[in-house]
Design a protein around this ligand. Structure first.
Ligand code: AMP
Ligand code: GLY
Length: 423
């Protein structure tokens, strides 16, 4: 099978590594890729925001399966363009990708499907913003405010703060930018990312993972695209995956199909295990980053066959997923200035070592690897348990050199120390 992966992050590097390990894959390419994917997949050039260019590339390269990594091409309709060209594609249609592209759309689907989520208020102007913040404060009994930009913001459009003035300022900035604004009820409790592979009817959940959203140790600092992740979750309640399948994933996939907008590809449920039960924080329409970097190394089932079954509507006939024992941890090495103003163009050494997945890197004419994005590397390790995987991941981080790099030193630590409690 000739497989083309679209995207250029550590998620795509992890996808490429898993795909090269599937004996059914005869050729693998990644566009536009990065310095890491180039070591395992043929590098091709493409503008990920251009569905026509993606479909033309897939046709020209004679791809038999296209796997679309990021949300931007999906929301632009790249999966539709690839399928229109007669090529199987793992990824939802433009319509179905709205479940990530519009938080208001996702709320409508959840309401119709009876899926538990935070109460939310769509705010259309400055006067309404003040009223809604007062209403939320009255209901919330001191809980933080949650103020969201309703659109793709790479995890950075949300402000969670106890400070009403800061909440008001963020909301005003979103409105001033001409974006739609949502205010939400605050969800307490630990967060879980649960991915499911679906063909629009059958849903196969993967292993639950947790990512670290804040930039700094102790969950301090601004929200980021994700600073690290681990899987599985030793503290997760027994039956969590079955509960989320029955109460969240299957009803959502069924509701999308009922609407005439079937969702096939990867449905990512971002969940909060609150004192009032499991609630959806958000849906994404693609593999999460950095969770993919820890989930895929634990998957024993060949990946290309699984994704092809989802792309061709034959998931009901696919054998149950098999998982390796043990755990995986990934630590994101970010550039100086991330997330606000990441510095790029710095040389990196040690980036070809085992477990080092590339997020934002490029190769110079002399063959040296440079930083090319805010999140630069996702340094990953597996081990017999979480503590062992964590130790190896940090040993690998110590082998990497990038000037003024920043990484969290506490990825998976609370889980290893048994400090995470549910409800
Ligand atoms: P989102 O862009 O909706 O994924 O939000 C990014 C992050 O903000 C989430 O992963 C949570 O950590 C936090 N967040 C979003 N919505 C809520 C909420 N209603 N209550 C508490 N935290 C939230
Ligand atoms: N890990 C967060 C995301 O992929 O959106």
């Amino acid at each position: 099978m000739r497989v083309l992966v679209i995207g250029s992050g550590a998620r795509e590097h992890a996808l490429c590594v898993a795909l090269t390990n599937d004996p059914a894959v005869s050729a693998l390419a990644c566009a536009p890729g990065n310095a890491g994917t180039a070591a395992v997949a043929e590098p091709l050039a493409v503008d990920v925001a251009d569905p026509v260019a993606i479909a033309a590339l897939a046709t020209g390269w004679q791809a038999e399966l296209v796997v679309i990594g990021p949300e931007v091409p999906l929301v632009a309709g790249a999966a539709d363009a690839v399928r229109d060209a007669g090529i199987a594609c793992f990824g939802p249609s433009e319509q179905a990708a709205q479940i990530e592209g519009s938080k208001a759309f996702a709320k409508h689907v959840m309401t119709a499907a009876g899926v538990p989520t935070a109460r939310s208020w769509a705010v259309s102007g400055p006067a309404e913003l003040a009223t809604v913040l007062d209403e939320v404060a009255a209901i919330g009994e001191g809980a933080p405010f949650v103020v969201k930009d309703d659109g793709l913001a790479a995890g950075k459009g949300v402000l969670v703060t106890p400070d009403r003035d800061a909440a008001h300022a963020h909301g005003t900035a979103v409105l001033d930018a001409g974006h739609a604004l949502l205010v939400e009820e605050y969800l307490d409790g630990p967060e879980v990312s649960l991915f499911a592979v679906t063909d629009g009817t059958t849903v196969l959940p993967l292993l639950p993972a947790q990512d670290a959203k804040r930039r700094d140790d102790g969950d301090a600092g601004p929200n980021t695209g994700g600073m690290g992740a681990y899987a599985p979750l030793p503290w997760a309640p027994a039956g969590l995956v079955d509960e989320v399948l029955a109460g969240v994933l299957q009803p959502t996939v069924d509701e999308m199909r009922r609407r005439g907008e079937p969702f096939s590809g990867l449905l990512y449920a971002g969940l909060a295990l609150t004192s009032g039960g499991v609630k959806v924080v958000e849906f994404n329409a693609r593999f999460g980053d950095p969770e993919t970097e820890v989930v895929l190394p634990l998957l024993e089932t060949p990946l290309a066959g699984l994704l092809m079954a989802a792309a061709t509507g034959t998931l009901a006939d696919h054998p149950p997923l098999r998982w390796r024992d043990g755990a995986a941890v990934t630590v994101v090495v970010a550039a100086s200035g991330y997330p606000e103003r990441p510095r790029i163009g710095d040389p990196i050494t040690g980036a070809d070592a085992e477990g080092v997945l590339h997020a934002g890197t490029s190769v110079g004419p002399d063959g040296t690897v440079h930083s090319a994005g805010g999140r630069v590397l996702a340094v990953t390790a597996t081990g017999p348990d979480l503590a062992a995987a964590r130790q190896t991941a940090y040993e690998r981080v110590a082998g990497v050199r990038l000037a003024d790099a920043h990484w969290r030193t506490d990825i998976a630590l609370a889980a290893v120390e048994g400090r995470i409690a549910v409800g």
